[in-house]
Ligand binder design. Structure first.
Ligand code: SF4
Length: 489
């Protein structure tokens, strides 16, 4: 029966009928056939390079000490997320779910939230719960604030008035049809600061919102800040929650990892000397809100990948803190420059296609240009407010003209790669298929990398991270393009 069903045609406007901005600029590019409908004009998205919005808000919450996301939706909205966390970080994660069924879809999730929050508080004694909405709760129109007020009244009766101080609640609205995981993190950054931050004085602390960096990247940031001797706080710090030994088990139940940003650090954020968003699309909204509300200077800058981006971060920190740049950091920078000079003959002129989250892609474009490589096809997987301009500026500086796929999907990006093969692909684990199909080496970076182990601990930010990232790129080139006996020549 099913074999008799005819293939559903993908309706849309063809390239020929379009006046599109994403014109292929590379001279070697072969235009796609007319029947290929660009993603922006298709009724379907084929192989999106992103995941859903609540995921980003859950990621941010897991970087808070004793923080648990409570997902107001069906169990499926957390199942894939837990699975992804387990694959990428190889760690268990505590994520609660309102367990929507048919009745919640009709009557709303009031009952689910009140009971769910009460159970979560009783059993897990968290310090913070983020209430993360989903497509279904947003479409139904759940009034989360009033549900929460009711839940607090119920808990007050049962547990006493201390409940108001014992647990903090942050509501993050994340209807997935309005954005991707990147926007979910961005919204969480804003809502956490909006709900928790206060101004009670002035401190010397510099605050950092890293965005969706890996634990190894956050550790590298800490290493640099410590060399600079600046007082700092990292918000949503997953380095010791999503990558840590299981200490205290089995006695410590419920189990919480020792790390994560303390709730009081969010509260004191209004006193900060400055706040940095190191991934403009994932965290920029939080930094800007803090600046607007408490006049804390906000620095929304590209991810510190590569020499120029890292220089920019370090110089800005040095200026704000007045601490100067230590020789040890200059030394690390020198080692990266030396490594780049030593291997320039491998990278110079190599054509590279890049795919990933906008902040990663924008920063990596700068780095590959610093290595003398030529970016050809770039896919920022999510909608972006800043990455396109960053890419444009880099391309103008290095006089390169890649095709940037805006509002697109991997299907369209891969089609371009099949027509005009690059020498190297920089991308996440979902780029494996195209890499194998066109026999071009894939250098894994960004999110998600789930088909290799240890990548979450290996930094790509900062000078030392840049050196590691460079080694990954060079080794991929050596494996593919240099016969074993000539590698050392
Ligand atoms: S897209 Fe919507 S319904 Fe699907 S998992 Fe994400 S939040 Fe849930």
């Amino acid at each position: 029966m099913i074999n008799n069903v005819k293939e559903i045609p993908i309706e849309g406007i063809t390239y020929k009928e379009l006046n599109i901005e994403k014109k292929p600029l590379s001279k070697e590019y072969t235009p796609p056939p007319e029947e290929l409908v660009p993603a922006a004009n298709r009724a379907v998205c084929i192989d999106p390079s992103r995941t859903c919005m609540p995921f980003g808000a859950m990621w941010a919450t897991l970087g808070v000490h004793r923080g648990i996301p409570f997902v107001q939706g069906a169990q499926g909205c957390t199942t894939y997320v837990r699975y992804t966390f387990a694959r990428v970080f190889r760690e268990p994660t505590l994520i609660a779910n309102a367990s929507f069924h048919e009745d919640a879809a009709v009557f709303g999730g009031r009952k689910n939230l009140i009971r769910g929050i009460r159970n979560l508080v009783c059993r897990y004694q968290p310090e913070l719960i983020s209430i993360v909405t989903t497509c279904s709760s947003e479409v139904i129109g759940d009034d989360i604030q009033s549900f929460l007020d009711e839940a607090l009244e119920v808990m007050e009766e049962e547990m006493g008035p201390d409940i108001y101080d014992a647990v903090k609640f942050v509501i993050v609205n994340t209807p997935s049809f309005a954005g991707s995981h990147v926007e979910g993190y961005n919204r969480a950054a804003r809502e956490f600061l909006k709900t928790l931050a206060k101004k009670t004085g002035q401190s010397e602390d510099l605050y950092f919102i890293p965005g969706m960096m890996m634990p190894g990247d956050i550790r590298e940031l800490k290493h640099m800040f410590e060399l600079m001797d600046v007082p700092y706080k990292i918000l949503f710090d997953i380095s010791d929650t999503l990558d840590c030994p299981l200490t205290g088990m089995p006695q410590m139940v419920p189990y919480y990892p020792p790390g994560g940003t303390r709730v009081e650090d969010f509260v004191r954020a209004g006193n900060a000397k400055g706040i940095f968003a190191l991934s403009p699309d994932a965290g920029g909204a939080g930094a800007k809100w803090l600046e607007k509300r408490f006049k804390v200077p906000a620095f929304v800058i590209p991810m510190p990948i590569g020499v120029k981006n890292t220089d920019r971060m370090i110089k800005t920190i040095a200026e704000i803190s007045g601490r100067g740049i230590p020789d040890s950091l200059r030394w690390e920078r020198g080692i990266l420059l030396d490594a780049m000079a030593d291997t320039l003959h491998y990278t110079m002129g190599k054509r590279v296609a890049i795919c990933g989250d906008p902040d990663f892609v924008a920063a990596a474009t700068g780095f590959v240009c610093e290595l003398g490589m030529i970016p050809t096809y770039i896919l920022p997987g999510s909608k972006t407010k800043t990455a396109l301009q960053t890419i444009k500026d880099v391309c103008a500086e290095y006089d390169v003209e890649p095709t940037v796929f805006v509002d697109s999907d991997q299907f369209e990006w891969e089609y371009a790669l099949k027509n005009d093969k690059p020498d190297v692909i920089l991308g996440h684990s979902r780029c494996v298929n195209i890499s194998k199909e066109i026999k071009v080496p894939l250098v894994r970076f960004g999110f998600p990398v789930y088909d290799r182990v240890g990548y979450q601990r290996e930094p790509i930010v900062g000078y030392r991270g840049g050196e590691r990232f460079l080694a990954r790129i060079i080794n991929a080139i050596l494996d593919q393009y240099f016969p074993d006996d000539r590698v050392q020549q």
